[in-house]
Design a protein around this ligand. Structure first.
Ligand SMILES: Nc1ncnc2c1ncn2[C@@H]1O[C@H](COP(=O)(O)OP(=O)(O)OP(=O)(O)O)[C@@H](O)[C@H]1O
Ligand SMILES: [Mg+2]
Length: 372
């Protein structure tokens, strides 16, 4: 198989003069699992529809394997599509559903038979081939839809919230199966979800979308550890967010009054900023136990036991309430409401996000917003 590639260049989509998608540059590589992650209305489905060829961009180019797709219709793009409500034919059997795209391509009966069997094998539905599609569970139907999308060996699979309608347990299982399938087939996948955990669990790279734009893209861990904006940081995981003002290189005053050290940034003194620290980065120490890391002392306000971890909210004068999540183990910190505790962290665990409207030369978000 030759190297697959998908690119978007200066692509935009407007409906009635309103721009809902604006992608200057996007590249998906051979075999990559690439996710579009963003809130409702951020343009994820629109992006997929442009790639699939169900819609034409208002401007710009969608390029597959080096070829501009402007004049290539959806059925000639060799793309497999699984959408959340892309219904099966309910009166056909599982095998007939999966065979359908092959019949459209006029393959021989023998070829069809073989490929359908292989595709059903891939999604673990071999024994279900003669069942009526309407009699399957939601998860099984979704797997038939996946078999139907991979049966003609597409270069690219587009999936729009394919697990959206399923319960948590089934979702987790099908996520595992999708990972395995991706691994076995080596096919490139563009996957749409608004579930951050799902995107992080499945993807090689994730593009975070907001208001029709990709605000950051990268490997899941990179995005989680070094978010470029408060939006990305909040969208991927939980945060303690503290509004503050920068008071000098490496220091800030919280709106609630306390001062604390922060990593040095380009932000100038006086600039408003949001400081964030992830809950799992906080260390809790019992009263009297010494820990010289940066932090504050406070009082436990609430304890939420979640099984594998416990969340503590700690009230701190001049700071507010911080959430700490503690992984449960034999020697893990444990406390009850009313206990005095130390809350400590590493300086590098504090992220500084200058406010877009405050004067700061380093702030790209401000410029992007002004240009829009
Ligand atoms: N055919 C259309 N006509 C007019 N506006 C549209 C059309 N399709 C999408 N839009 C608008 O474009 C924006 C992006 O929609 P899109 O479906 O791409 O969002 P999404 O990120 O997939 O959201 P969700 O997570 O809710 O599925 C929305 O504001 C939507 O209302
Ligand atoms: Mg959508």
């Amino acid at each position: 198989m030759s190297e697959f590639s998908l690119s978007m260049r200066e692509v935009s989509k407007e409906y009635g003069g309103l721009r809902v998608l604006d992608v200057p540059e996007l590249d998906v590589r051979q075999g990559e699992f690439f996710s579009l992650l963003g809130p409702s209305g951020s343009g994820k489905t629109t992006g997929l529809r442009l790639v699939a060829g169900f819609e034409a961009p208002t401007a710009g180019r969608v390029i597959i394997n080096g070829r501009d797709m402007a004049r290539v219709s959806a059925d000639k793009r060799n793309i497999g599509v699984v959408f959340q409500n892309y219904a099966l034919f309910p009166h056909m059997t599982v095998a007939e559903n999966v065979a359908f795209p092959l019949q459209m391509r006029s393959l021989s009966g023998q070829d069809i038979e073989r490929r359908v069997a292989e595709a059903l094998e891939q999604v673990d539905l071999g024994p279900f081939r003669d069942r009526n599609a309407a009699t399957l569970s939601g998860g099984q139907q979704q797997r038939v839809a996946i078999a139907r999308a991979i049966v003609y060996e597409p270069d690219l699979l587009l999936m729009d919230e394919p697990l959206g309608a399923l319960d948590r347990r089934l979702r987790a299982r099908l996520q595992g199966e999708l990972r395995g399938l991706h691994h076995r087939l080596g096919v490139s996948i563009v996957y749409v979800t608004h579930d951050q955990d799902e995107a992080m669990a499945l993807s090689d790279r994730v593009a975070i979308m907001n208001g029709g734009r990709i605000v950051q893209q990268g490997a899941p861990k990179e995005l989680y550890d070094t978010p470029a904006s408060l939006f990305v940081s909040n969208f991927l995981g939980d945060n303690n967010a503290l509004p503050a003002a920068i008071t000098g290189p490496g220091s800030a005053r919280l709106e609630a009054g306390a001062t604390m050290p922060v990593p040095r940034t380009g932000a100038s003194a006086g600039a408003a900023a949001d400081l964030t620290i992830r809950p799992e980065r906080l260390r809790l120490t019992a009263d009297g136990v010494r820990d010289d890391g940066p932090g504050f002392d406070g009082v436990i306000a609430d304890v939420v036991a979640l099984g594998a971890m416990t969340q503590y909210s700690v009230r701190i004068d001049g700071v507010g309430t911080l959430w700490a999540s503690v992984q449960n183990s034999a020697h893990a910190f444990s406390g009850v409401p009313g206990d005095r505790v130390g809350v400590r962290w590493e300086l590098d665990d504090v992220h500084v996000f200058p406010r877009p409207d405050s004067p700061s030369p380093a702030d790209e978000t401000a410029k992007a917003t002004a240009d829009a």
